[in-house]
Design a protein around this ligand. Sequence first.
Ligand SMILES: [Zn+2]
Length: 274
Amino acid sequence: MALAGIGDIVRESPAGVGAFNVIQLEHATAIVAGAEALGLPVVLQISENCVRYHGALEPVALAALAVARRADVPVAVHLDHATDRALVEEAVALGLGSVMYDASALPDEENVAATAEVAAWCHERGVWVEAELGEVGGKDGVHAPGARTKPHEAVDYVARTGVDALAVAVGTSHAMTTKDAVLDLELIAELRAAVPVPLVLHGSSGVPDDVLREAVASGMKKINIATHLNKAFTRAVRDYLAHDERVVDSRKYLNAGRDAVAREVSHLLGVLTG
Ligand SMILES: [Zn+2]
């Protein structure tokens, strides 16, 4: 049984921790296979968008938890980007040990109040909480490429909310399909020095490998990657279908996608821990 708490994984990992988004069951098994190949811990994340896709959290959450329990390495199952408190409560009831509560669309004071309440509720139940501080006026919130988290605001936010980890804006944005994000490494180092909890990088799919390495060296701890794995999955499935137009059994092409994701997870974990 290798279901682990994200707090323990983060504390015990000297380098970066890879957190990868699960969409289908194949993602969960692929991500764990990629981590097992290197003997490294990993985080499976389920986003609110993924819940919407499946129509409910329970089926995908229980599947991810079952995959985690059977793994040979520590695996945490985390709720990613939940804007709905009821979803946080459901995740905890289902057995997820960590959540990201995202109130960043609210004005900062409301974000602080709502996040502090969720953090207190989660801590009473031993659940780890990640949150993010919104950028006032930022169209895509904290993850707009031009958005930057100010260290003194981050320190204040963590102190007032009591969260266990903080997603910060240092140059990435979500769903990038090209690897040309420019990260503010000096700001990462400043945030690392000032903020007492682990820092989380969202939207890391657009970050080249060497910059990811530098981001970890500068102080980023949990690295969220989703789009990049979807690219690998879809490319492999598309190639398989193009080469075998008569295939009917979906296991054949999904297996190609799964293998591609497992290889990519191994590669990325190597980058984050190298
Ligand atoms: Zn994110």
